[in-house]
Design a protein around this ligand. Structure first.
Ligand SMILES: Nc1ncnc2c1ncn2[C@@H]1O[C@H](COP(=O)(O)OP(=O)(O)OP(=O)(O)O)[C@@H](O)[C@H]1O
Ligand SMILES: [Mg+2]
Length: 503
């Protein structure tokens, strides 16, 4: 019986201050933890090396001799999975964030609140156990799927792939329908890539995004002086796309007058520029997409019936993600491996519990929404797997899990000083949460952009305020700074994009 009894978790406290070691040992020892001590970095590293490695290390940042950050790097090189919580007394927030960059699980400010230390230890050990329980990464997709950029082994998607294969050999017009984010554009590109037109352009035109008075000029071009502002001749997409494939996205939003001209291209294979009289032959294959009900529109006479039949030679209906349950793990895998390859995240897998939640979600925004959720969760995940607690709040709420988001931010006592360009979710009365800040930074970096530091600063300041229950002076004291600065924020940026920029 004795050898099957659960051993108490072991904790190593590394601090050069004997008083701190003593009080931490007492606090932690009051629970089921078995605590050992080291008086400096070198000694601590030796203990981890010698083994057995402790379940958790509390490590001081400012020590005489080797610094905590240095010790952290050593420890993590000896044991990459070693769970470490950093402690800072006088350290700036920047130091703490640097620490997170080198793989600390969390950081805690001195002087400690014993209850906080205990809950931190418990959370850290729990997260570690959860990560360990995830198991090895098992690939769900092969190299071909990556090349194709479109994954799905559900029967409904297999049907879609078959139709794609059937329509690539000819120039037949294809209408792709389906809810937003189901992959309509991806399918259009796939048809083009596999067709004999692959070497020629693929041009996507979003009919909903272009005002009615400009769409004809956009599609067919115009002659000089044909309307105010037409200062020269301009070629339209159809001419530019000669020999290629044009994708008319959101065709349900196209004005009736323009519909007539598209019908002409389909019937006669020619166009006229706006303000011109010349008839120009074009060789363009048309693919179209919509999430509107075109049949209803035909009945209401807002969509031309003849065009409807011309476009609808072959129809591909994209299934909603909720009809493709089995595809969710594959799409998740696909997103994570892509993120990993692009060095935008260190996460390679998802815990079975988190995957179950993802598989049961309704996904009103379909694959696009799933992609977004994976990106956001991967960025805030602390280990190599996405756990339930890393999933965004709205997904957990929908699953009845309540909010488990680690950094829930309330409105701060001080409003941020006018951010230059606001994140869409950040307004004076609804500031960015840290999670949103990470999401924002991530998306911006992914686009090659440079997220604004004021917004990141704000999110961080809010977190420290929350930790100190809204007491600003205490928040500042805890952070060891008068306020969060842009250098602090830039450290967060670095953490979010490991490898993107070397400090
Ligand atoms: N089967 C799939 N495998 C991998 N990624 C996918 C798949 N389907 C969609 N995606 C991804 O989801 C996102 C949305 O896809 P896409 O833009 O093609 O959707 P859509 O149907 O055109 O959406 P909307 O109606 O909003 O324009 C893209 O980033 C795309 O790469
Ligand atoms: Mg689209």
């Amino acid at each position: 019986m004795s050898d099957t009894a659960v051993k108490p978790p072991t904790i190593l406290v590394i601090d050069d201050d004997a008083e701190i070691r003593y009080s931490l040992t007492r606090v932690l020892g009051s629970r089921r933890y078995q605590v050992t001590e080291a008086a400096n970095g070198e000694q601590g590293i030796a203990m981890v090396k010698k083994g057995p490695a402790p379940d958790l290390v509390f490590l001081d940042v400012r020590m005489s001799g080797m610094s905590g950050i240095e010790a952290l790097q050593h420890i993590r090189s000896v044991n990459p999975k070693q769970l470490v919580v950093l402690m800072t007394a006088f350290g700036t927030a920047q130091t703490a964030i640097e620490a997170m960059k080198y793989g600390a699980f969390d950081y805690v400010m001195k002087p400690f609140d014993p209850a906080k230390v205990l809950s931190l230890a418990e959370n850290a050990l729990k997260a570690h156990a959860d990560l360990r329980a995830v198991g090895d990464y098992k690939p769900t997709i092969n190299a071909d799927d990556y090349r194709e950029g479109i994954v799905g082994s559900s029967p409904v998607m297999q049907d879609v792939f078959k139709v794609i294969g059937q329509v690539t050999a000819s120039d037949v017009t294809v209408m792709i329908t389906g809810e937003s984010g189901t992959g309509k554009e991806l399918v259009a590109r796939s048809i083009w890539k596999h067709s004999h037109r692959a070497g020629k352009p693929f041009i996507a035109v979003n009919c909903a995004a272009i005002p009615d008075n400009l769409i004809e000029s956009e599609l067919f071009g115009h002659e000089k002086g044909s309307f105010t502002g037409a200062t020269g001749q301009r070629l339209g997409k159809f001419e530019l796309c000669d020999g290629g494939t044009i994708f008319l996205d959101e065709i349900g939003d196209m004005a009736l007058a323009t519909q007539t001209k598209i019908l002409r291209v389909l019937q006669q294979g020619d166009i006229q520029r706006v303000g011109g009289t010349e008839t120009i032959k074009v060789d363009v294959r048309i693919l179209a997409a919509t999430n509107k009900n075109l049949e209803e529109m035909v009945k209401d006479k807002t969509f031309r019936e003849d065009l409807y039949y011309r476009l609808n030679v072959v129809r591909i209906r994209m299934p909603a993600l909720r009809e493709r349950g089995d595809d969710v793990p594959q799409i998740v895998d696909f997103c994570l491996q892509n993120l990993f390859k692009q060095r935008k995240a260190r996460v390679s897998k998802v815990s079975p519990e988190a995957m179950a939640i993802l598989m049961h979600h309704r996904w009103p925004g379909n694959v696009r929404e799933l992609e977004n959720v994976i990106y956001r969760s991967a960025v805030i995940a602390q280990g190599d797997a996405i756990l339930v607690k890393n999933l965004p709040k709205e997904i957990l709420e929908a699953a009845g899990e309540g909010s488990a988001v680690p950094f829930e931010i309330s409105t701060p006592a001080t409003a941020p000083t006018a951010p230059a360009v606001a994140h869409p979710a950040a307004t004076a009365d609804k500031p960015l949460s840290l999670e949103l800040a990470y999401d924002f930074i991530f998306t911006e970096l992914a686009r090659g952009g440079d997220p604004l530091l004021p917004q990141i600063e704000h999110a961080m300041r809010t977190r420290s305020l929350k930790d100190s229950e809204g007491d600003e002076a205490r928040a500042a004291a805890q952070l060891g700074v008068s306020s969060v600065t842009s250098s602090t924020a830039s450290s967060v940026k670095k953490r979010v994009a490991p490898g993107k920029k070397k400090p």
